[in-house]
Structures are given as structure tokens and as C-alpha cells.
Design a protein around this ligand. Sequence first.
Ligand code: ARG
Length: 297
Amino acid sequence: MSPRPLPTESAPEATAGRTAHRRRYLMCRPEHFTVSYTINPWMQPALPTDTATALRQWQTLYDTYVSLGHEVELIDPVPGLPDMVYTANGGFLIDGVAYGAKFRFAERAPEAAHFTEWFAANGFEVAEAREVNEGEGDFLLVGETILAGTGFRSTGDSHREVGEVFAREVVSLTLTDPRFYHLDTAIAVLDPVEGAHRGGPDRANIAYLPHAFDAVSRAILAERYPDAIHVAEADGDVFGLNSASDGRHVLISPRATGFEAQLRERGYEPVLVDLSELLLGGGGIKCCTLELRGGTR
Ligand code: ARG
């Protein structure tokens, strides 16, 4: 029997061209999930929801993250706050600092304090928001730049505030289609690595739905991200962009088949996770995922 070759630098992870980076996420079990009010066009209280299905689908997302080697923290769900499962809206965290959320609608306003309490208890320095903002739903860290969405939820003033809190460049983008009311429904960050563009051209790439933005924002995106994946409306419509990437694996909706093919062409590995029940609340994979950057661990 010939000895097995020792693993070398040409191990599969390296030869595939894309490197996975370990992430730390915050999620919230959808124990109280339902659709009892309408604050986005996807939410129709008249349609029945099934909490058991939501829990099962959510568990698959959780298990997928864990199986990919990511660390997932949990915040306790609170009765009467059915949208708390969408943890992306709970804040925006970089380098151990948590910029708190301030929700646009009264229905979600009480969530903010639960999230900031969790951040403080877990070693984050909390920066309370004075301006209306919905956390990582509208703020995306791309390389070292913060892309910030407005038009439906977070205000332009919050873009200024987030820039002050983190002392980083903020690029404001305006959303125009009410179905894509948060930035994370229209842009997917494919290479979520801080400093990805340090010392060279911006290598942190994105995918986006051009249709969701006004003309000025489309021009900004085209200029800054010439290699971006432009996603078709059919894939955007099934929340294909509401996805999470570790730089190699990109978790997307199984219905976003065009986007899946585009990702494969670029050397990413799409991982299909169906959250159809949570889409009844207007949220998908990214909405259920808040990235924890820095902090105690
Ligand atoms: N029902 C929630 C709302 O309208 C869904 C939030 C989705 N979250 C997101 N990050 N896009 O606020």
C-alpha cells in the first residue's frame, strides 16, 4: 500500500480559488414568528403562517452555518416581537463596537433594547443611535467601506451617524422598489473580508439587483464595482440577494437558479437554503443573520 500524500498547499480549499473565512453570527429562533402586521409589501396578515415550518427552515440555516465551521450565537426570542428572527436589523457591528438600531416602525421599536442589551452583555461597546436605522439590513461592510441604504427604512442622517461611529467611508445608495426595502435585499457582499482591498484595487466584490436602485446609485455601483455580478430580476424577486457569504460558500435561496449559476462561474460554491416561510415576513437568509465583528471572542 502506498502512503497517502501529505496535505500540501494544493489542498482543495486552496485550489478551488476561493477561501472560506470563519464568521461569527447572531441568530434568533423564530419561536414567536407570525405575520400580524404589514410593514413591507411581502407581509400579508391574511395569509396563514406556520411557526413549525419557520423553525425547521431556520434550524437548517443554523446547522448549515455550524457545519461550515462558523460560530453562531443566539439571542432569546421575545413574545410579541415576531420580526426579531431578522437579527440583521438589530445593529451593525465592527471591531467590537455595536451601533444600535432605531427602527422605523413602532411594531419593531422594542427590539432595539433587547439587541443592545445582548451586545453589551457579550463584550461589545454600544453606540446608541440617535437616527433611524435598521442595522445590517441597510449597512453592509464591503472591504473597508460601508455601503448604506436609504429610501424606505434607514435615513440619510443615519448614514452620517454610522460614518462618525466607525470613522469609515460611507457610500449612500437609494432604494426605489418597495419590495427591496433594505439594502441587504438588493446587494450581496461576496467577499466579506475586512481589508480585502488594502494596498490594491478593491477586491471585495458584490452582487446586486440594478433594478432596485435609482440612477445615481446604479452609476456609483457600476463605477466602484466593475466586476460585480448583476443579478436578474427573477432571482431578485425570490430574495436571491438576501444571502450570506464566507468568501467561498454563498448561502442562497434554492429558487435563485440564475444567480446560483453566476456564482459557480465565478468560483463560489452556492449552498442552497430554503427559507420560504420566513419570506412571508419579507426576510431571507441574510435577514436572519447578523455578523458579529470583534467583541469578547
Ligand atoms: N418583517 C421585517 C421588516 O419588515 C423583515 C425584515 C427583513 N430584514 C432584512 N434585513 N432585510 O422589518
